[in-house]
Design a protein around this ligand. Structure first.
Ligand code: NAI
Ligand code: SOE
Length: 381
C-alpha cells in the first residue's frame, strides 16, 4: 500500500483537530469528510482542501477506495460507525471513549481482531514528549518499584448552570460524564506510565447542578464559554460534574479526581508517580516541564529538549528545546504510528488500541458500580 486513503467523520472540535494532524502524517491522503449536513461538510472540506464531502457518514463506509476512517463524533455513535467501517474492511481510529458500554467495546475489539484490521483509540495524551520521558524513566528503573500514583483531571468549562454540551445528555454521552470524558485519559496514562493495572476502585461521584440550561439550538464542545446560548430549556442532569476514585494497582495505591467545575483549571491533567527510587510530577497545563523528585539529592526540573531526553522519549519530540510541542502534536504522534502500522502489517502496534478502550470501559463500569454500592469494586483484567 503506497498512499493510504482516509476519511474523517465529524467536523466539531475533534474533527478539526484530526483533519489538521492528518496533514502532518506522511503517506496519508484525506479524501473525504462527513458531517451531519452537506453544508457543514462543505465548510470543513473547504477549510482543509478536501474535495469530497458528504452529509451522510454511510457514504464514507460505502466507498471501497477508502482504507481508513477517523470517528470524531459524539460517544453514542462510535460503536455504530466503527462497526460499520470494520465490516466494510476499513481500519478505524476512534475517539474516546470507544463505546457506551463494556459489551459494545468488547464487540469492536473482537471485530477488529477477527477482520485483522487496525483499531486505534485516541488516548493521544500519552504522546507529550515529557509524558514519554516518564515512561522511559520508569522502564529504565529510575523510579524503582512504584508505590503511589496520584493526580487529577480538572477543567472549568461546565462550572455554571448555564454551561451545556452534548456530554450532559446520557443518551449521547453515556452513563458517566467526567469519569468517561476525562477520567479515562487519566487512567489510560496511569497504566501506560506505571506499567501496572488498576485492580480495584472506590469511587464517589457528585452532581452539583441538578438541572442545567440546555440551549434549544445545541452547541459544540466549549462553545458555551464564548457567549449567550439563546433560548434555553431547564434539563435534569443525571451524570457527574465531579468524581473521586481511590484505586489499587496490586500493591501500589492511587487516588485521582476528575472535575469539570474547577474554576481556573482549563485542561489540568496532573500525573504524579512515586517509586522507591524517585518521583515525577507532570501537568498538561505546563507540558514542556517535568519535576523529578529525589529523597537524598536536590529535586530537579527538566525542560523539554530532545538532547536531554531518554532516547525512547526523544522519538516523540520533533522540535528543539524551547520550541513548544503541545496538544495537536500528541495527535500527530499517534496518527503517525497508527498509519505506520497500516503501511506495514507486520508492525506490532505501539499506540492505544481498541483493547485499551475496552480496558477504560471496564474501569469506568467498576467506578459506577462502586459509587452506586458505596463499596470497593474489582476491575476485571
Ligand atoms: P463536538 O460537539 O465539538 O463535535 C462533534 C461533531 O460531530 C459535531 O460537529 C456533530 O455535528 C458531529 N456529528 C454528530 N453525529 C454525527 C454523525 N452521525 N455523522 C457525522 N458527524 C456527526 O464534539 P467533540 O469535542 O469534537 O467530541 C467528539 C468526540 O471526540 C467525543 O467522543 C469526545 O469524547 C472526543 N474528544 C476527544 C478528545 C481527545 O483529547 N482525544 C478531545 C475532545 C473530544
Ligand atoms: C472535554 O472535557 C475534553 O475536550 C475531552 O473530551 C477530551 O478528551 C480532553 O482531552 C480535553 O477535554
Amino acid at each position: 500500500m503506497s498512499r493510504i486513503r482516509t476519511a474523517v467523520i465529524g467536523t466539531g472540535f475533534m474533527g478539526r483537530v484530526h483533519l489538521e494532524a492528518l496533514r502532518r502524517v506522511e503517506n496519508v491522503d484525506v479524501v473525504e469528510v462527513a458531517a451531519t449536513s452537506l453544508k457543514k461538510a462543505k465548510a470543513a472540506g473547504a477549510g482543509y482542501n478536501i474535495l469530497n464531502v458528504t452529509g451522510d457518514w454511510k457514504d464514507v463506509i460505502n466507498d471501497p477506495s477508502i482504507d481508513a476512517v477517523h470517528v470524531a463524533t459524539p460517544n453514542a455513535s462510535h460503536h455504530m460507525i466503527a462497526k460499520a467501517a470494520l465490516e466494510a474492511g476499513k481500519h478505524v481510529l476512534c475517539e474516546k471513549p470507544l463505546a457506551m458500554s463494556v459489551a459494545e467495546a468488547q464487540e469492536l475489539t473482537d471485530l477488529a481482531a477477527a477482520k485483522k484490521l487496525r483499531g486505534g483509540l485516541c488516548h493521544n495524551l500519552r504522546y507529550y514528549p515529557m509524558v514519554q520521558q516518564i515512561r522511559a524513566m520508569r522502564e529504565a528503573g529510575a523510579l524503582g518499584e512504584i508505590l503511589v500514583v496520584q493526580g487529577t483531571y480538572s477543567q472549568d468549562w461546565m462550572l455554571y448552570e448555564s454551561d451545556w454540551n452534548w456530554r450532559v445528555d446520557p443518551l449521547v454521552s453515556g452513563p458517566s460524564r467526567v469519569m468517561a470524558d476525562i477520567g479515562s485519559h487519566f487512567f489510560d496514562m496511569a497504566e501506560h506510565l506505571s506499567g501496572l493495572k488498576v485492580t480495584e476502585v472506590c469511587s464517589d461521584l457528585q452532581i452539583f447542578h441538578p438541572t442545567r440550561k440546555q440551549p434549544k439550538g445545541g452547541g459544540e464542545s466549549f462553545s458555551g464559554k464564548l457567549g449567550a446560548a439563546g433560548e434555553t430549556v431547564d434539563t435534569k442532569v443525571v451524570t457527574e460534574d465531579f468524581g473521586a476514585t481511590l484505586f489499587r494497582m496490586g500493591k501500589a495505591r492511587g487516588t485521582m479526581t476528575a472535575s469539570q467545575v474547577s474554576a481556573g483549571r482549563k485542561n489540568g491533567l496532573v500525573m504524579e508517580i512515586y517509586g522507591t527510587k524517585g518521583g515525577v510530577s507532570w501537568s498538561q497545563e505546563r507540558p514542556e516541564e517535568l519535576w523529578l523528585g529525589h529523597r537524598d539529592a536536590p529535586n530537579q526540573f527538566l525542560m523539554k529538549d530532545p538532547s536531554l531526553l531518554d532516547e525512547k522519549a526523544r522519538a516523540f519530540a520533533d522540535y528543539p528545546g524551547g520550541h513548544a510541542e503541545g496538544y495537536p502534536d500528541t495527535h500527530k504522534q499517534l496518527y503517525r504510528r497508527f498509519y505506520a502500522s497500516i503501511a506495514d502489517p507486520t508492525l506490532t502496534p505501539d499506540y492505544p488500541q481498541f483493547a485499551d478502550g475496552l480496558r477504560q470501559m471496564k474501569i469506568l463500569d467498576a467506578e459506577l458500580a462502586s459509587h452506586k454500592n458505596r463499596a470497593w469494586v474489582s476491575v476485571p483484567a
